[in-house]
Write a protein that binds this ligand. Sequence first.
Ligand SMILES: NC(=O)c1ccc[n+]([C@@H]2O[C@H](COP(=O)([O-])OP(=O)(O)OC[C@H]3O[C@@H](n4cnc5c(N)ncnc54)[C@H](OP(=O)(O)O)[C@@H]3O)[C@@H](O)[C@H]2O)c1
Length: 364
Amino acid sequence: MRRETMVKAAIVGATGIVGQQFLVALKDHPWIEIAALAASERSAGRSYKEAITDASSGALRWFCEEPPVEEVMEMPVQNAIEMDISPIDIVFSAIESDQAKILEPKFAVAKPVISTASAFRYDDNVPILIPGINSEHAKLLEVQRKSRGWKGFITPIPNCTTTGLAITLKPIYEAFGLNAVIMTSMQAMSGAGRSPGVLGLDILDNVIPFISGEEEKVQRETQKILGNLEGNSIRPARFDVSCTCTRVNVREGHTESVFVSTQKACEIDDVASAMREYSGSADEADLPSAPKHIIIVLEDPFRPQPRLDRDAEDGMATVVGRIRKDDVLKNGIKYLLVSHNTKMGAAKGAALVAELLIRDGYIS
Ligand SMILES: NC(=O)c1ccc[n+]([C@@H]2O[C@H](COP(=O)([O-])OP(=O)(O)OC[C@H]3O[C@@H](n4cnc5c(N)ncnc54)[C@H](OP(=O)(O)O)[C@@H]3O)[C@@H](O)[C@H]2O)c1
């Protein structure tokens, strides 16, 4: 249902891949309206359409599957560092971490910032929220506000590779406990963004076996997201996580091969049922961007596939398949997942966090 007073949002990094996905996620949104766009000095002072038009070739560098959002094409793009945020209620940040370190605290002094960047994910009083998985961690935002003397706060979403992993581990962790998790990712090209992103000639006919800093991020974030809020910080979950992160020739949708060692023995059907039955709290399922099923389990042994499954529930569901026993690990189970990296893993996932925080009174 449409809110009487809409929440006014600024999108910082609006010209990039995630920024464009924000425009799509917030088009016709019932609670949030786009009130300002910002990017680097390069784009500042131009209309949005000019800013995403390649100066030499004239090509419109629109990335999303959905058509360009007409309503914003003539909006001006501001220089993020100079942006006046006084008329804004919330800032969505879709910039690289180096810039986020400078810009996000500047905004958070006065306004809530929901970030897709990693700059503050590992700070003590900063939650990494996935609504329906660890919504209760939002309480840390009050601690953050008080300790930093800010009116606003910074709340990052997870790295896009962590998202599907943490979501699918949650029901397993709750039902059977976890000793260890081993994950190998096959990550889409869009995950690297577009400035400059992955070069076509490097990825064509190829798999790139290293993504700088990614494995450490996924390991740390998974434990933090599934950890317990204790006092003024989160005690990370006590299971080991080991990852190998690779880049593959896929446009969108991260595929992950996951092996887990559970504390209690369990059968394949138990894991499939735990995942199917898990849907977060009913309240969160009602948020405008929430998927009906946060996890979808498929029986077909040739699924999930990024091309076929990334768009499930408009890119908001994590799709799981090939759940089977692993005889090498103690109480071993293994499966594959596909998660949409620029929707649930980025812009629409951040919109979902905003909805949770609006509903619970952290943003007005
Ligand atoms: N791609 C994904 O799947 C994904 C998923 C989850 C999280 N993330 C995170 O989301 C963030 C954005 O990623 P992306 O893939 O959208 O990158 P991108 O396509 O390379 O876009 C980068 C954006 O940052 C802007 N920018 C660059 N320097 C700036 C500055 N000094 N001040 C303000 N804006 C500046 C760019 O504006 P100009 O056009 O003016 O240069 C552009 O809008 C990153 O932190 C990334 O790690 C990405």
